[in-house]
Design a protein. Structure first.
Length: 103
């Protein structure tokens, strides 16, 4: 797992043609706005979260975020533990995101 600053995360994402953005927030948080192209997998929904993460392609690069960076850090560690090598946590989460947001 790598903790990336907002700048590192967005720059790396922009240049990655094998990227998948994952939002691990709740449905209500997701509906308030999300980074364009993000797939929502709510980490608070434990069994469903684990099931969906296990279905992910381990060859892809995952850019993971939450509200402030805590849950997404946990999600990245969990993803690493099941064989996903490239999981990048957005430090500061969407609260500090200054890029585009879809609402």
């Amino acid at each position: 797992m790598a903790d990336l600053t907002q700048e590192q995360w967005s720059e790396q994402l922009k240049n990655d043609d094998n990227a998948v953005i994952i939002d691990v927030r709740t449905d209500a948080e997701f509906e308030e706005g999300y980074i364009p192209g993000a797939v929502q997998i709510d980490i608070y929904n434990g069994a469903e979260f684990l099931k969906r993460v296990k279905e992910l392609d381990t060859q892809k690069n995952y850019y993971v975020y939450c509200r402030s960076g805590g849950r997404s850090g946990q999600a990245c560690m969990l993803m690493n533990s099941i064989g996903i090598k490239n999981a990048y946590n957005l430090k500061g989460g969407i609260m500090e995101w200054d890029g585009e947001i879809t609402d």
